[in-house]
Design a protein. Structure first.
Length: 467
């Protein structure tokens, strides 16, 4: 069965009601573009060489985005309606035969399970097509499903063309259909653009099938959220909320504690181990994997990063494209910009920024530091206010600190520079030359004390004002 299933996703429209320069299917919900969400469900049904996207508006951008998926593309240069979108794909799709599953790119919450049920129902039935429908309290904007007394679909009537009686129907067309491919191609040419929009409506095929004596069935689903179509930004936000609710629910059932789940933002592809606690307003984004027994502090943002087990992330911490190993502690108020590796047991404290930096096992930078393009050895202590001067205005340079070194507070390490293993850097130093292993680097003026200087000054001031 799967071998004869072809999927086509209609994604050529601009989406006028989005009031955007960006094509609708490129807008994001649940951490990915709408079209990516639809295709990820499709990919679970049939191999990529039997999946096609009909593209038009910003087709180059859409093609670039989807290229890694290995699917095929059909260009619909002028968008003359959902029926027309299929017509332009005829030469590619017709010869594949079998069953054709049509999805709309603006309906991203559909699950592979529901699509599998649709295909199973259609392939077991003599009907020409089966359409997923649902009942909505407010069906405004959707095509209405008109049924006969045996429950078969006689017609789908678009909002604009519906009579008041038809507008009262609450069962709507999801825009997801499974067709017997031979019958679709036999009759698709009969769709005519006779409606106020002058478009070729795919939905008209239902009445055409009925006219030729072919039945169309409905698969009515209870959960309307799966078929919510996005036509404007209010609906986009609602669909995004549902994606995140799903992700949070899945994680909680897998053993993750999520405090005030309605406040967090977690992308669907995020993985988190059992007994990890996610505090309110945390955002965990992109391709992030977090181990077990971790704590992700309130208002932290972790994106495209890998965290081991028992990692503590304090509140208001930003971690991007970095790797944090077991038992490390980051934050509160820390920023790991990108390409950092924090090894096991290391501590990064408040107002410390890392970029392209490796913090080896057990090293600590607890307060107010910038460590960029650097390699910090095991058990190193980086004092408060330490700055790596990694940029000379033209090029970036590296700072290397050997195992067990102690960098005093407010040190300025002018890269490229090496601090030897086991050495000390005196507080307040400007270090421009290598510090030898087990040595001491002092790079500041010596302190001078002047006995009685303050008292003499006060006396001078007192006699001047008496005059
Ligand atoms: C469509 C259905 C409606 C259904 C609703 C479900 C039709 C005529 N109407 O209405 O019955 O209830 O979806 O969400 O099908 N597209 C193209 N090329 C085109 C036109 C559209 O690729 O020429 C794509 C769009 O990019 C979009 C999808 O088809 O992803 C649906 O188009 P849209 O304009 O949103 O149709 P609706 O008015 O929502
Ligand atoms: Mg739509």
């Amino acid at each position: 069965m799967a071998a004869s299933l072809t999927v086509v996703v209609l994604a050529a429209g601009l989406g006028t009601r989005m009031k955007s320069r960006k094509a609708k299917v490129l807008h994001r919900a649940g951490g990915r573009a709408l079209i990516e969400q639809v295709l990820s469900a499709a990919a679970r049904l049939t191999p990529a060489d039997r999946i096609f996207a009909v593209v038009g508006h910003q087709s180059a951008v859409v093609r670039d985005l989807l290229a890694p998926a290995g699917i095929g593309f059909i260009e619909q240069a002028e968008q003359k309606g959902t029926g027309h979108a299929l017509m332009v794909g005829r030469s590619v799709l017709e010869k594949l035969g079998g069953w054709l599953l049509v999805l709309y790119g603006d309906c991203p919450l559909i699950t592979a399970d529901t699509l599998n049920r649709l295909v199973a129902q259609q392939t077991a039935s003599p009907a020409a097509a089966t359409v997923i429908t649902t009942r909505l309290d407010d069906p405004t904007g959707y095509g209405r499903v008109i049924k006969d007394d045996r429950g078969r679909v006689r017609a789908i009537v678009e909002q604009k063309a519906a009579t008041p009686e038809q507008q009262a129907v609450r069962e709507i067309n999801s825009g997801i259909y499974c067709f017997r491919s031979d019958l679709l191609w036999k009759h698709i040419g009969e769709i005519v653009p006779e409606n106020p929009a002058r478009e070729y409506y795919l939905t008209d095929i239902v009445a055409i099938f009925n006219h030729h004596g072919h039945a169309v069935e409905a698969m009515l689903i209870d959960d309307p959220s799966e078929v919510l179509g996005i036509n404007n930004r209010v609906e986009l936000a609602e669909v995004d909320r549902i994606f995140r609710e799903r992700a949070v629910r899945r994680l909680m059932l897998e053993g993750v504690t999520i405090e005030k789940p309605e406040t967090v933002t977690i992308d669907p592809q995020v993985r988190i181990g059992a007994d990890t606690v996610v505090e309110p307003f945390a955002q965990i984004l992109g391709n992030t994997e977090i181990g077990e027994d971790c704590r992700i502090g309130a208002c932290s943002v972790v994106s495209d990063s890998r965290l081991g087990n028992r990692v503590e992330v304090g509140a208001f911490t930003l971690i991007g494209s970095s790797h944090v190993e077991n038992d490390a502690r980051i934050g509160p108020y820390a920023r790991l910009r990108f390409d950092n590796q924090v090894e096991s047991g290391a501590h990064i404290g408040n107002f410390v920024e890392l970029k392209k930096t490796r913090i080896r096992k057990g090293a600590k930078a607890m307060h107010l530091a910038y460590l960029g393009d650097s390699d910090i050895g095991e058990e190193v202590n980086v004092g408060a206010g330490t700055i790596t001067c990694n940029f000379d205005g033209v090029k970036k340079h590296r700072t290397q600190i050997g195992n067990g070194a102690f960098v005093g507070s407010n040190s300025t390490l002018v890269a490229p520079v090496q601090i030897g293993a086991g050495s000390y850097v005196a507080a307040g130093s400007v270090i421009t030359d290598a510090v030898p292993p087990d040595g001491l680097g002092v790079g500041r003026a010596r302190q001078v004390n002047k006995e009685g200087w303050a008292r003499k000054r006060r006396e001078r001031q007192a006699s001047a004002s008496a005059e």
